[in-house]
Design a protein around this ligand. Structure first.
Ligand SMILES: [Zn+2]
Length: 322
């Protein structure tokens, strides 16, 4: 059964490896792994680490690395999809569909008009922040509960909605989340967030947040990132618990899978401490079929699994891409 991964940091990996002189990373490294995991769609994020000295530089470097990959690929193995039709065509031709997204807009600073430029470059999903507080909003790493979405962030959302860019609310602080919910006109997605009741960390979503996302037709992408699966013992079984919890709370139709596999980022000095361990049984893309199998064993029907692994996100893109 094919899977659409609603969050991967592949562009970050591409830029790291490019710094070390490796080119064509998407095809030579990631493609065989995606195929082995039966992953035929990915939402690939450009993530800017806010902790580094000059995030804007890194952001531009990653945009360049991404463009180079697209050029190198010649569309032989991947389709860099900006529309739903392009995803359908990718599947028909046995190619992997790649949606491009921005994880945290710190790289644009206050220049929100640059969102239009990013749209022109093919980016179709964006989140305002990673964990940090930036010019648009407060991320979930912010200790000050009074900080949320600011005026520039509100303008950014208006631009995104006008263009047909999907808003990703993963990583927002709780205050930012509720500020966002007050103003959005379109459904939102949490591309990679789990259940707070099962793993109480600021990155995860409380029941009321999950409900309000679902009520508006949005999606929650359940993640394999160990820190948000379980603080002590992250396992594939625990990932099933997160999926089951959301299914019971709001129904199957609002679940997708945003793994956030980080196994390939271990080599990066600044990330060494965050990617030490992986979720047992779901360590990387090649293990996705094990999750599908375990969903079956836990009583999910074929139709339900197909929705979770592919169709919910696929149809969401059909309805919400501009
Ligand atoms: Zn993330």
């Amino acid at each position: 059964m094919k899977t659409f991964d609603t969050h991967t940091d592949i562009w970050y990996d591409v830029s790291l490896k490019k710094e070390k002189g490796k080119n064509d990373v998407l095809r030579t490294y990631h493609l065989p792994r995606l195929k082995s995991g039966n992953v035929w769609g990915i939402n690939a994020a450009v993530w800017t680490n806010p902790k580094i000295e000059n995030p804007m530089d890194k952001f531009l470097q990653m945009l360049g690395a991404r463009s180079e990959q697209i050029k190198l690929m010649n569309h032989e193995d991947f389709v860099f999809a900006q529309t739903h039709t392009q995803i359908v065509d990718a599947l028909k031709n046995d190619k992997v569909a790649v949606i491009s997204s921005i994880e945290g807009l710190i790289g644009i600073g206050k220049n929100i008009d640059f969102i239009v430029t990013l749209y022109e470059l093919g980016f179709r999903i964006m989140s305002l922040t990673w964990n940090e507080v930036n010019d648009l909003a407060a991320g979930c790493g912010c200790d000050d509960a009074s900080k949320g979405l600011n005026d520039l962030g509100k303008e950014a959302i208006k631009i995104m909605e006008k263009l047909g860019i999907i808003l990703d609310i993963s990583h927002l602080s709780e205050k930012s989340f509720w500020d966002v919910i007050k103003i959005v006109q379109k459904p939102v997605i949490a591309t990679h967030s789990n259940v707070f009741s099962l793993c109480p960390v600021p990155r995860n979503l409380k029941d009321e947040q999950i409900k309000v996302i679902a009520q508006a037709g949005g999606l929650i992408g359940i993640s394999a990132l160990p820190q948000i699966v379980d603080r002590e013992n992250p396992t594939i079984e625990k990932v099933i618990e997160h999926i089951t919890y959301v299914a019971n709370l709001v129904g199957i139709d609002h679940i997708c899978l945003g793994f956030d596999f980080s196994d390939y980022l271990k080599t990066d000095e600044s990330l060494k401490n965050t990617v030490q361990k992986q979720t047992t049984g779901l360590e990387d893309t090649t293990k996705v079929p094990a999750l599908i199998e375990l969903l079956e064993k836990n009583g999910f029907t074929q139709k339900e699994i197909e929705k979770i692994s592919w169709y919910n996100f696929f149809n969401f893109l059909k309805d919400n891409l501009g």
